[in-house]
Design a protein around this ligand. Structure first.
Ligand code: SAH
Length: 370
């Protein structure tokens, strides 16, 4: 089809059922400002209709940059010997989580490099339990909502993390295109095991989030359209995606990429199309968007995102958790980060939800049907 319909209502009509790949490709390719604005407005209306006005904060603690993997795009890959490796102490993590509860965030994300040794798994399990215990209050009777983002593990490990009290998990697929996946990962990593893990996470009872990097060298609009159809088909609860940003100390650091503006545009369109397709899910406006555009995260909200992840990593470690270059909020104290972010949310007419986990409505719908 050709894109000759411009009103948000027309766009919503197109998305009343899952559009075909060709339609998604055309939306991803279009530069027509009228169509882009109609897509944005339709995504925003869909968000407000299915999820309401709330924006949910998840305090982000990047608790360790030790990593056993060697992803070609990632600044903390194991071969990058320039990185000073760290793990935040349990006490400091608990302290940060108490602060997170005190400022009413409701949830946090524990993210790190990927390790599969027992010591690491025990650490994640223990610290999750402690966070849950340490943050119980009259407004949070079960403590903070805990999301984990610690990579691929066995079903047994995921069951342990779930039993420890974490109830959401983010594992990005990065790209669903097999050839592209191979070109950015070492041979020890593959799409099948990523898919297997996403299935394990559902079986372990997590609310499951995934996402892709946008603007990877060699990635086409057709591939991104397949990614969107994958999001829908596999019925995920949450999405976190953002532009690829080269890191000079990685094998992909000097590859040619689209301009910042083009990658930001594509990132925003991916958010809007994800919202239009999946409707009642949680979609994050990621930090990577802000790295390319100072108002990238606010734009993400106005294109249909409803989750933000303010930095809680102790400032002394942030310099060492550079997945990509030009990462914002490196030296901003968490208090300032909070104030500036809340202002941003208000500028786009949304409200920051307080003392709520802010679960994906999709999860409730998906699990009550089965
Ligand atoms: N190790 C954990 C989480 C840390 S990385 C895991 O594998 O789940 C979190 C995400 O950052 C990755 O999934 C990837 O999508 C993103 N990322 C890594 N390097 C990036 C880069 N150079 N540009 C943009 N995003 C990047």
């Amino acid at each position: 089809m050709t894109l000759n319909k411009y009103t948000p209502a027309d766009i919503q009509g197109i998305f009343s059922k899952t559009p075909d790949k060709d339609t998604l490709v055309q939306f991803l390719k279009t530069q027509d400002p009228d169509i882009v604005e109609a897509v944005r407005a339709a995504a925003e209306e869909t968000l407000l209709k299915y999820c309401g006005n709330n924006v949910y904060y998840r305090g982000l603690i990047e608790f360790s940059n030790s990593c056993a993997l060697d992803c070609a795009y990632c600044g903390i890959r194991r071969s990058n010997t320039k990185v000073v490796r760290y793990t935040v102490s349990e006490d400091e993590i608990i302290k940060a989580s108490r602060w997170c509860a005190d400022v009413h965030y409701g949830s946090l994300v524990l993210q790190s490099g990927e390790r599969h040794d027992d010591q690491f798994i025990d650490f994640v399990e223990r610290v999750t339990k402690k966070i849950k215990q340490a943050t119980v209050s009259s407004v949070l009777p079960e403590g903070l909502g805990v999301t984990l983002c610690v990579g691929e593990h066995t079903l047994e490990t995921y069951n342990r993390f779930r039993a420890a009290g974490a109830h959401r998990y983010l594992l990005r697929i990065e790209t669903t295109n097999e050839k592209l996946f191979k070109s950015i990962h070492p041979t020890e990593q593959n799409l099948d095991s990523r898919l297997q893990c996403l299935d394990y996470l559902k079986r372990a009872g997590f609310q499951v989030g995934t996402g892709v990097m946008i603007g990877l060298p060699g990635q086409t609009p057709e591939m991104l359209a397949d990614d969107l159809l994958f999001y829908k088909k596999y019925d995920f609860d949450m999405f976190g995606m953002g532009p690829f940003i080269p890191h000079m100390d990685t094998p992909m650091g000097r590859l040619k990429v689209m301009s910042d503006k083009e990658r930001t545009h594509l990132g925003l369109m991916m958010i809007a199309l994800t919202r239009l397709l999946t409707k009642d899910t949680n979609v994050a406006a990621t930090t990577a968007l802000q790295a390319l555009d100072p108002v990238g995260r606010e734009k993400g909200l106005s294109f249909g995102a409803n989750v933000l992840m303010p930095q809680l990593t102790p400032t002394e470690f942030r310099e060492s958790y550079l997945l990509y270059e030009n990462k914002p909020c490196l030296d901003e104290e968490k208090e300032d980060c909070l104030t500036s972010l809340t202002k941003k949310v208000e500028t786009v007419g949304r409200v920051v939800a307080q003392d709520q986990w802010g679960d994906s409505k999709h999860f409730t719908a998906r699990t009550s049907n089965s």
